[in-house]
Design a protein. Structure first.
Length: 185
């Protein structure tokens, strides 16, 4: 008798169950180290490379080529628009992580999502960064995320928002963490 694999929201439920079982049996496989490198090019233009990472107790070699992201500033911030502003990249990362968290965790619970779209806005006052306001924040003052979810009733939509808030990037932003900065020897 042939069994059909159940897929919800693009995720194989057998694969989700296998990952959960493996993590319960050997919790250390859940410890990951993500990495990126960056090089300055000119002015506000710099380029990041993302390829290898450590996860599931081993170095990952599945990526044969790095993902390459150019960062720059718009002309009003003295750049040349050769890439997204790093603040925009942070917003992109947050939105992507919250969406993936929602969809994956919903699939693990058997909740089918018909469609999801989202938008994000972040308020920042650059005077703090430039040292023109010594008491002003140097980062975002507020970030607003809005989801449009199809295929769920209101109670389920609220549950899905709770799942989105399990995002590692969301939690990294709302909870203090240790960020160490140093020089390479």
């Amino acid at each position: 008798m042939e069994t059909l694999t159940k897929t919800v929201n693009g995720f194989n439920q057998e694969d989700i169950a296998a990952v959960v079982t493996a993590l319960q049996a050997k919790p250390e496989i859940g410890d990951f180290q993500l990495r990126a490198t960056n090089e300055w090019i000119d002015g506000g233009h710099n380029r990041s490379y993302i390829q290898g990472f450590y996860g599931a107790c081993q170095e990952d070699t599945s990526r044969t080529e790095p993902f390459i992201y150019d960062n720059d500033e718009p002309p009003i911030l003295l750049g040349n628009n050769k890439g997204a502003n790093p603040g925009e990249v942070l917003l992109h990362g947050l939105l992507g992580c919250m969406t993936t968290a929602m969809v994956l965790l919903a699939a693990a619970r058997g909740i089918k999502i018909e469609a999801v779209s989202s938008k994000i806005e972040g308020d920042i006052d650059i005077k703090g960064f430039l040292g023109l306001n010594s008491t002003g924040p140097k980062g975002f003052k507020q970030i607003r995320v809005t989801f449009d979810i199809k295929g769920s009733d209101e109670a389920q939509k609220k549950e899905l928002i709770t799942l989105a808030k399990q995002s590692p990037i969301f939690n990294s932003l709302i909870n203090p963490m240790d960020v160490q900065v140093g020089l390479q020897n």
